[in-house]
Design a protein around this ligand. Structure first.
Ligand SMILES: [Fe+2]
Length: 531
């Protein structure tokens, strides 16, 4: 053993001894006064997760919940020490980082560790210990050195997992896939119930009928219910995740400080949103530096992957302008608009002005090969021609044309090459070309778009989707009849996109197939079909 390694090993051993001396008496004292949470069969019922990989750091997560169907998770109302370890091998023979954190009842006994001083571009394994129990082992990795000429990046892009709409067989496929990273772009939970005939399985927790009565406990119970799914836990344990949220993580179709049905006043809605953000943070591998403060939470961030790629995780919900025009609630349960000139108002923003500037600055200054904008929904037009006029999906970019034009202008002037928008929300696989003026077929193609279908949530009828595709020629591929995820295989010369899909997510044992493949050649905006 090298001297440096020996010193490292000794300091880790010392940390473990200090942990025992420091916390063991406290744990014993708790055990004598509290109920029997330490004697339950399993405290790590919600699994483990990692996220936000950077060159020398990654975030680790778990939550202690011996009784996940109880609002307090079956934990006492006091802090509990949790030990964590990071190793270079799955057997933990070579532990490189270890310490103890406190799981606090104010955060539902979750732990978020921002582990630093790791090596760039390396695979790591991690686990937690509490109450004499050891968690399942998670696998994660760090991003490559920012100056490195990274040859390859593989990504799984996923979204929209209504628990009641099907089994998470798509997550089983993601867990088994050889990817560096999972990008999850929203609707991690659904606050809505499905009607009986559409329900494949049932949420173990149900929200109150009136959103005015939604509480932090409701959101905690709902997140804990989703994590009862073994395939979802496996997907988290297998790969680091980068995430953005969407509406159902809080309330269907919400926008900024308001909800579209105007049943709640701003103060009521902001209180509800704060509860949802808090529970979202508590259950996901998000840096503790981004913990909610005052009911707000920082979502938009920038990540790099060597010289190969740069990601911007973009928040399309927290700073979004309120809905305009009374719409028709269509089959997608979104808000369909027609003849609504208010959507043209130039000040309407999907991201808010500060985030728009931040993204435009980032794109303009990036020197990395691929610029990936990670956001929740479809950027390219998807309106339908109808006898009443053009029908728009009022919850998507079609209802924010001025903001979309500003985004396209940020890509085109000065020209930022090799930009790809990644999205979800619409429950269909989409490959689309993005034009400087999205509504003009003579306008130049300046970027590309890839949208993932859902893990389980149902999409539009395929008939309607093909009608939409015919009305929007920049949609090269659009299929809403299958669920799935997108596998991205990125090299310095190409970005390859494989639409993974299954027609039968209602079956726990369903298998995925390849629906289609598309390629983007570096330096050539737009997609082409690959065989
Ligand atoms: Fe969704």
């Amino acid at each position: 053993m090298q001297r440096r390694e020996l010193l490292r090993h000794l300091s880790l051993t010392a940390a473990a001894v200090a942990w025992q001396q420091l916390f063991a008496p406290a744990v014993r004292a708790q055990a004598s006064t509290q109920h029997d949470w330490r004697e339950t069969a399993e405290v790590f019922t919600l699994g483990v997760a990692s996220g936000e990989p950077r060159p020398t750091s990654v975030v680790l997560w778990t939550r202690l919940a011996p009784k996940p169907t109880q609002p307090d998770g079956g934990m006492p109302a006091q802090s509990v020490p949790v030990q964590w370890e990071v190793a270079t091998d799955a057997r933990f023979a070579n532990v490189v980082r270890a310490d103890v954190g406190l799981a606090d009842p104010a955060r539902a006994h979750s732990i978020h560790v921002d582990v630093s001083d790791l090596q760039p571009g390396c695979e790591y394994f991690y686990r937690f210990q509490a109450a004499g129990q050891t968690s399942p082992v998670g696998r994660t990795r760090t991003a490559p050195d920012p100056l490195e000429a990274t040859p390859r990046l593989r990504v799984a892009l996923a979204s929209c997992q209504h628990y009641e709409a099907g089994h998470f067989s798509v997550h089983r496929d993601i867990a088994a896939s050889d990817v560096d990273l999972v990008l999850f772009v929203g609707d991690y939970i659904y606050e809505t119930e499905l009607p009986g005939p559409l329900r494949v399985r049932q949420h173990s927790h149900v929200f109150p009928d009136d959103p005015a009565n939604f509480t932090l406990s409701d959101y905690r119970l709902h997140h804990a219910a989703y994590r009862q799914d073994a395939d979802l836990r496996a997907s988290h344990a297998a790969h680091p995740w980068l995430m953005v949220w969407d509406d159902h993580d809080v309330l269907n179709d919400y926008a900024g400080d308001s909800e579209p049905d105007h049943k709640l006043d701003a103060a009521q809605f902001v209180k509800l949103r704060a509860a949802a953000y808090q529970a979202y943070f508590e259950h996901l591998p998000i840096s503790p530096s981004r913990a909610p403060v005052g009911g707000r939470m920082l979502m938009h961030e920038r990540y790099e992957w060597g010289q190969l790629a740069e990601f911007w995780t973009v928040d399309t919900r927290q700073f979004r302008a309120a809905h305009v025009c009374k719409g028709w609630r269509g089959p997608s349960n979104g808000r369909m608009l027609f003849n609504c000139p208010e959507v043209l108002q130039p000040e309407r923003s999907m991201l808010g002005q500060d985030q728009e500037f931040w993204l435009a600055d980032g794109l303009a200054s990036s020197t990395r090969a691929w610029k990936l904008i990670v956001q929740s929904t479809q950027v390219s037009p998807s309106g339908l021609k109808s006898p009443m006029g053009r029908l728009l999906y009022g919850d998507g970019w079609d209802a924010f044309p001025a903001a979309r034009e500003r985004l396209m202008a940020a890509i085109a002037q000065p020209r930022v090459p090799d930009v790809v928008c990644l999205g979800g929300d619409v429950h269909r696989h989409v490959a689309a070309n993005l034009r400087l003026n999205p509504a003009d077929p003579t306008s130049p193609i300046i970027a590309s778009e890839i949208v993932t279908s859902s893990i389980t949530s149902r999409g539009l009828s395929e008939l309607l989707t093909q009608w939409m595709k015919a009305a929007n020629p920049d949609l090269l591929h659009a299929r809403s009849d299958e669920r799935g995820f997108v596998l991205l295989d990125i090299s310095p010369s190409q970005l390859c996109c494989e639409f993974r899909a299954t027609a039968h997510p209602v079956r726990a044992d369903s298998r995925l197939h390849t629906q289609a493949r598309y390629v983007i050649d570096r330096g050539v905006p737009g997609l082409r079909r690959a065989r």
